[in-house]
Design a protein. Sequence first.
Lengths: 119, 231
Amino acid sequence: MELSFDNNIPIYIQLLEYMKIYLISGVFKCGEKLPSVRDFATTFKVNPNTMQKALAELESMDLIYTERTNGKYVTKDENLIAKLKDEYALTLAKSYFEGMRKIGLGKADSIKYLERIDN
Amino acid sequence: MELLEIKNLNKSFDNKEILKNININVSGGKIIGLLGKNGVGKTTLIKLINDLLTPTSGEILVNGKKVGVETKKVISYLPERTYLNKNMKVSEVIDYFKDFYDNFDENKAKKLLKDLDLDVNEHLSKMSKGMQEKVSLVLVMSRNADLYILDEPLGGVDPATRDYILDTILSNFNEKASVIISTHLIADIERILDEVIFIDKGEIVLQGDADKLRNKEKASIDEIFRRMFKC
């Protein structure tokens, strides 16, 4: 899993986004044990401190938790992940409509375009 | 106690001030970029930390000790230009490092050389400049040191090898150790940096957390550097 980063945006924020997608899409499932910070850092080719910062942020959002000696786990609360997914989907939808508004298309027209896409 | 503490450091050659009032604190477990144009004093600063030059005034402490024989044991230094005897084979250089440094991990060095497809039976003189640089880096990263100081480690190598070198740095420094990388190739390394120190005309002009700077300036470290030092 090699990730690409935009040097103009803090790396930990980009890591946080990648991690959210992994949680939403079930790459890491509810209650599952996560790799160590170091393993993450090696896989993603980032600084372990930056990885730690991203994980700390996820933890402050209760999406993951630390078991004192055992490492980090994905939350067992499926509702939290569902909520995250909902928020994320909404953000994607908003940015789609924003793009369409810029070229002069309203919501109704934008939806028509969505329907023209097969799968 | 900080891993590296530099207090009010000045260095002059003849009457020319090369470094002016440098203050730096480095704690363990960090990767720090020492960034500046050519000829602003980066290498002089690095030589001072390695006790290869004497400060005109000020103090440099490593693990609380003044730089000297004891601190050289815990600093692993990659100079800008190699000092290795090119008539040696890679295996002989490994023996040389083993004799010199108690904390040299021979097995690690051999593993890294193998990863890079470098033949231990080859003479350095038969290798390309980039290959020689890889050998030097492998030797330096194979010491279990507290502080790694790499002076322009990316200069002569191709982009693919640059990536490998960055990975090697990332995966081989332990949690207590720190790495200082001096370079002007900022875009290539900035994603692995915790902190940056910008040096210009012998002075520190900016020092801080890389991600915080990106957030504040809404730009990459490379871009911040370019804006600051526009010719």
